[in-house]
Design a protein around this ligand. Structure first.
Ligand SMILES: NC(=O)c1ccc[n+]([C@@H]2O[C@H](COP(=O)([O-])OP(=O)(O)OC[C@H]3O[C@@H](n4cnc5c(N)ncnc54)[C@H](O)[C@@H]3O)[C@@H](O)[C@H]2O)c1
Length: 211
């Protein structure tokens, strides 16, 4: 497969993990093909969008046949680096951080939180679900150059300071769960997960666009 990944739109790229998870389940249950309407139903993306997404990598789908599950999966694996283990770190082991450590992405065993950091002496030195928790002061020494992605679950008033420290230690991507809007250099990617915005948007859609 010779696909120019730079040509895949970001919105499409963001949906790939969704497709991947579902297709993996299909393959595990022995299904070799899937229609765009089946996929659409399962991942809640309309089938026209799915067809457009898939056309970017040459999977056109045949009428009455659908898409070849193995072909799609091998493409996604390549694009998402699913065969490579991605090491992730987490900073701020409070309520939310603890929940994420316990979850630890076990469903997709290619992403794993390897270590976590905090400043609270009562947690530093312990482990949660097998993940060691270290003092934030040791972040650069432990992480520097080895880990690209950090999950940020600290109080919002310290988020910017910590983000600066993470960037300085070589982190390239931050999954920001705090309400703080982070300023980072241009080459750093921040994805912001704001549960209250998501919830408000759901409520808005329920009110204005009832199904
Ligand atoms: N709890 C939730 O359901 C939830 C949901 C969405 C977003 N958030 C956001 O996530 C963040 C964390 O929420 P929480 O409820 O887990 O808070 P929390 O107070 O339970 O945990 C914060 C953790 O960060 C640590 N911390 C404080 N200063 C630090 C520093 N300088 N360096 C490293 N660690 C430091 C604390 O010791 C604590 O363990 C907040 O910004 C919150 O707004 C929380």
């Amino acid at each position: 497969m010779d696909i120019d990944q730079a040509k895949i739109p970001q919105a499409t790229a963001r949906r790939l993990p969704l497709y991947y998870r579902f297709l993996e389940g299909l393959q595990a249950s022995g299904k070799h093909r899937v229609s765009s309407s089946e996929l659409s139903e399962a991942v809640k993306v309309d089938s026209a969008t799915i067809r457009r997404d898939f056309s970017y990598f040459g999977a056109l789908g045949k009428k009455g046949y659908g898409y070849n599950v193995n072909y799609l999966l091998s493409f996604f694996r390549e694009t998402l680096d699913q065969d490579e283990l991605t090491k992730v770190t987490l900073v701020g082991v409070g309520n939310l951080g603890t929940a994420l450590l316990n979850y630890n992405f076990s469903k997709t065993n290619n992403t794993r939180i390897e270590m976590a950091f905090d400043v609270d002496e009562s947690i530093v030195g312990t482990t949660i679900s097998g993940v060691p928790i270290y003092h934030l002061d040791t972040f650069k020494d432990r992480v520097g150059g080895n880990v690209d992605v950090a999950i940020l679950t600290v109080p919002s008033n310290v988020a910017q300071n910590i983000a600066d420290h993470l960037v300085d230690s070589g982190i390239k991507g931050i999954l920001n769960f705090t309400p703080a809007r982070l300023s980072v250099p241009e080459h750093i990617r921040v994805h912001h997960i704001d549960l209250s915005v998501e919830l408000q948007s759901l409520i808005y859609f329920l009110k204005h666009y009832p199904l």
